[in-house]
Design a protein around this ligand. Sequence first.
Ligand SMILES: NC(=O)C1=CN([C@@H]2O[C@H](COP(=O)(O)OP(=O)(O)OC[C@H]3O[C@@H](n4cnc5c(N)ncnc54)[C@H](OP(=O)(O)O)[C@@H]3O)[C@@H](O)[C@H]2O)[C@@H](O)CC1
Ligand SMILES: Nc1ncnc2c1ncn2[C@@H]1O[C@H](COP(=O)(O)OP(=O)(O)O)[C@@H](O)[C@H]1O
Length: 307
Amino acid sequence: MADKLSAFLPDSDSISKIQDVSRGLSAATDSPYRLIQESDISALIRPRLDFSHKGTYGHALIIAGERATMGAALLASSGCLYAGAGLTTACIPESGLMALNVSLPEVMYLSREKFFEQEALNRYNAVAIGPGVGITEEAVALLSRILELKRPVIADADALNLLASNSLLMQGLVKGSILTPHMKEFDRLFGIHETWYSRLQTARERAAELGIVIVLKNQYTFIIDADGTVYINSTGSPAMAQGGMGDVLTGIIAAYIAQGYAAKEAAILGCFFHGAAGSELAKTRSNVRALEVAEYVPKVPRWYVSD
Ligand SMILES: NC(=O)C1=CN([C@@H]2O[C@H](COP(=O)(O)OP(=O)(O)OC[C@H]3O[C@@H](n4cnc5c(N)ncnc54)[C@H](OP(=O)(O)O)[C@@H]3O)[C@@H](O)[C@H]2O)[C@@H](O)CC1
Ligand SMILES: Nc1ncnc2c1ncn2[C@@H]1O[C@H](COP(=O)(O)OP(=O)(O)O)[C@@H](O)[C@H]1O
C-alpha cells in the first residue's frame, strides 16, 4: 500500500490522509509527492574525479554573521567546507575574522567593504546568504547587491526575514534560487497557515510562480520544485533539533551548487546527507551538535557513490 502524505506531516487532515506518496524521484505517477530513496541518491551523486583539483568543485560564497551570531556564519561555512566545495569564502564582519581563521582555516574571507566593490562577486559560482546576518541596513544592502546581480542565490534565516518584509527584494529573486525556511520563516514569507497540507500547497504555488526551489524544513523536509513536485526527505533525527543545524544545511546546499549540481539536485543531496549524518551520529547519543553534523557529512556520500 502506498504511503500517505499525512505520515510525513506533524498534523494530519482529511485531505493529506488520502494523498499518495510515491517512492522514488522518477516514479511513474500522477501524485506530486515523492519519497526520496537511497537509489535516487546513488543515481544523483557523482564521484570526485581523477586529476580533478579545487577548481573542479567550484567556489562558494557564504554571506552571513553579525557580531552576536557569528557562529551561524561559521556553521554555514563549515557545512560548505565539509560538503566538498573546492573553495569556500565567508563574507562576515571583520570582528569574526580571528574566529574564522582559527576554527576553519581552509575558508577564505571577503570583507564587507570588498563585497561592495565592482566585480568582487564574479568569481563565485554559488552564493548563500542569511545565517545570522541580521536584519540591519547592512544586511538589506548585502541582499540587495546580490539580487542586483540577477544570479540565483540560496536564502536562509535572516535573508528570508528580509524577503518577507520587503516585497521589492522578493521581486528581485532570480529563477533557480533556493529558499530554505523552517515553518515559521515560511509563514512569515507567504502567510500564516492553519495546516501543513495548506502550507505545502502554498509552497507548490509559490515555487512555480517564482521558478524557485523551496526547502521547507521539518522532521521530514519537503523540497518543492518549480514544477510543483514535492520531494520528501526522510533522513534526520530529533537529535538534530538544536540551534545552528539549519545554518549547516545552507552551507551544504551551497557546496553542491558550487560543485555544479542543479538547484533541485543540490537541495535533495544536501538535505539527504545532512539528515543521514545526523541520524548516524544519533545512533550513539541523544543529541548532536550542528558542527558535528557538518564534520560527519563527508563520510555520507561515500555510502552511495560507486567508484
Ligand atoms: N550560533 C549562532 O550564531 C546561531 C545563530 N542563529 C541565527 O540567528 C538568527 C535568528 O535565529 P532564531 O533561532 O532566533 O530565529 P528563528 O529561526 O526565526 O526562530 C524563532 C522562533 O521560531 C520558532 N521556530 C523555529 N524553528 C521552528 C520550527 N522548525 N518549527 C516551529 N517553530 C520554529 C521558535 O519559537 P517557538 O516555537 O519556540 O516559540 C523560535 O524560537 C538567524 O539568522 C539564525 O541563522 C541560529 O541559527 C542559532 C545559532
Ligand atoms: N526532529 C527533527 N528531525 C529531523 N531533522 C530535524 C529535526 N529537528 C530539526 N531538524 C533539522 O535541523 C534543521 C533546523 O533548521 P533551522 O530551524 O533553520 O535551524 P537554525 O536556524 O537553528 O539553524 C533542519 O534542516 C531540520 O530539518
